[in-house]
Design a protein around this ligand. Structure first.
Ligand code: MN
Length: 308
C-alpha cells in the first residue's frame, strides 16, 4: 500500500501524548484514508496521539470491500526505504510485484514481508472480481539495519495454537513458545485471535512490550471495556496478562513490541531519520536512480507529494 494523502506532513515518532504512570491505556480512533484511486480504508497508525507500537509504525485495515465490477485495488509502483511492509489478507488475493523481480500472489492466511532497507519499489493489485479484507502494516527498521539490501519473502504457512476457544495465529515474534518464521529486526509480536466460540480468557502478555489491539471482525472486551472495529486500543508496558472476552466469529489483531527508542520520521512511503534523507529518496524516485523498476504492472507509478 501507499500513503496517498495529498500533502502529508513529516511525522515525528515522538510527537504524541505521553502517558502518565497511572494511565495504562489509550483508545485511538482509526481514521479513513485513501489507498489506490478510490478505495477507502481504516488507518490505525500512525495516529495523531501515537506513532509507533514497538517498531510497528503503520497499520491499515482495508475492507471488507466488494470489488466485483470495479477496477479493484490498484496501487501503482512506488518506493519504500527504512521499513518492512507486512501484508496479511483475511479474504481475497493480492498480487505483489517488486523491483527485485518478485511476482507473488498472496492468499488469506499467508504473509508477504518486503524489507525495503536502503530502497525497493513495488506495486500491489487485487485480482479481478474479488472481495478484499486484510491488513497491511509497516515495521520500522532499527538504525543498524535500515540501509541493508532489500528483500522479499512470502510465507505460505503461519504457526497457530489453541488457547481455550481461541485460535491464535502467530504472525510475528513469539507467543507461548511458538515462534513465527517472519524475519524481523527488533523485539516485537503480531498475533491474530479468532474466536471459535464465545470465549473468556486471560491472555498472557510480555511485560517488556507495549501493545495495540484492533478488531478486524466483531469486537473484543478487555477489562470490561468494549473495543470496537474503529478503535485501536493502546496498552503501555508492564502488564503480565489481560482479561479478554471475545464473541464467536470475532477476529482480533494484536501488535506489540519493546517501545522503539529511535526517533523516526515517517513521510509518504519512507521511514528515515532526517528530512534530507526524505528529499534524497523522493528525488531518487523521481529521477529513477536507485529504486529499480517494477516490471509487468499495467498502469502509472505514484509520484511523491510536495515535501513541506
Ligand atoms: Mn507499499
Amino acid at each position: 500500500m501507499s500513503d496517498l494523502i495529498k500533502t502529508p506532513k513529516i511525522l515525528n515518532s515522538k510527537e504524541c501524548l505521553t502517558l502518565s504512570p497511572t494511565c495504562i491505556s489509550q483508545k485511538l480512533r482509526t481514521h479513513r484514508a485513501l489507498v489506490g484511486d478510490d478505495v477507502t480504508i481504516r488507518r490505525a497508525l500512525p495516529h495523531r496521539d501515537r506513532k509507533t507500537i514497538g517498531a510497528w509504525c503503520f497499520l491499515d485495515h482495508f475492507g471488507p470491500l466488494d470489488l466485483t465490477n470495479t477496477e479493484g485495488l490498484r496501487v501503482g509502483p512506488h518506493p519504500h526505504i527504512g521499513l518492512q511492509t507486512f501484508t496479511y489478507p483475511l479474504v481475497g488475493e493480492i498480487l505483489h510485484r517488486d523491483s527485485l523481480g518478485s511476482k507473488q500472489k498472496i492468499q488469506p492466511g499467508q504473509i508477504n514481508l518486503m524489507t525495503a532497507g536502503k530502497g525497493i519499489s513495488h506495486s500491489e493489485e487485487s485480482l479481478p472480481d474479488t472481495i478484499l479484507h486484510g491488513v497491511q502494516l509497516w515495521i520500522a527498521l532499527p538504525d543498524g539495519v535500515r540501509h541493508m539490501e532489500p528483500n522479499f519473502i512470502h510465507y505460505e504457512n503461519i504457526p497457530s495454537l489453541k488457547l481455550d476457544n481461541l485460535q491464535i495465529n502467530i504472525l510475528a515474534g513469539e507467543f507461548l513458545n511458538l515462534v513465527s518464521p517472519v524475519k524481523v529486526y527488533s523485539p516485537l509480536v503480531g498475533l491474530e485471535l479468532i474466536a471459535m466460540e464465545d470465549t473468556t480468557t486471560n491472555l498472557p502478555l510480555n511485560p517488556k512490550f507495549e501493545y495495540g489491539i484492533l478488531p478486524l471482525i466483531g469486537n473484543i472486551e478487555i477489562a470490561n471495556e468494549i473495543v470496537d472495529i474503529d478503535t485501536l486500543l493502546y496498552l503501555s508496558c508492564s502488564k503480565p496478562s489481560m482479561p479478554v472476552r471475545v464473541k464467536k466469529g470475532s477476529r482480533i489483531l494484536i501488535i506489540g513490541g519493546e517501545p522503539f527508542q529511535e526517533d523516526i520520521l515517517i513521510w509518504w512511503n519512507f521511514v528515515a531519520r532526517t528530512k534530507e534523507e526524505m528529499i534524497e529518496a523522493a528525488n531518487a524516485w523521481n529521477n529513477h536512480t536507485t529504486f529499480g523498476e517494477v516490471k509487468g504492472y499495467q498502469g502509472k507509478e505514484l509520484t511523491p507529494p510536495p515535501l513541506k
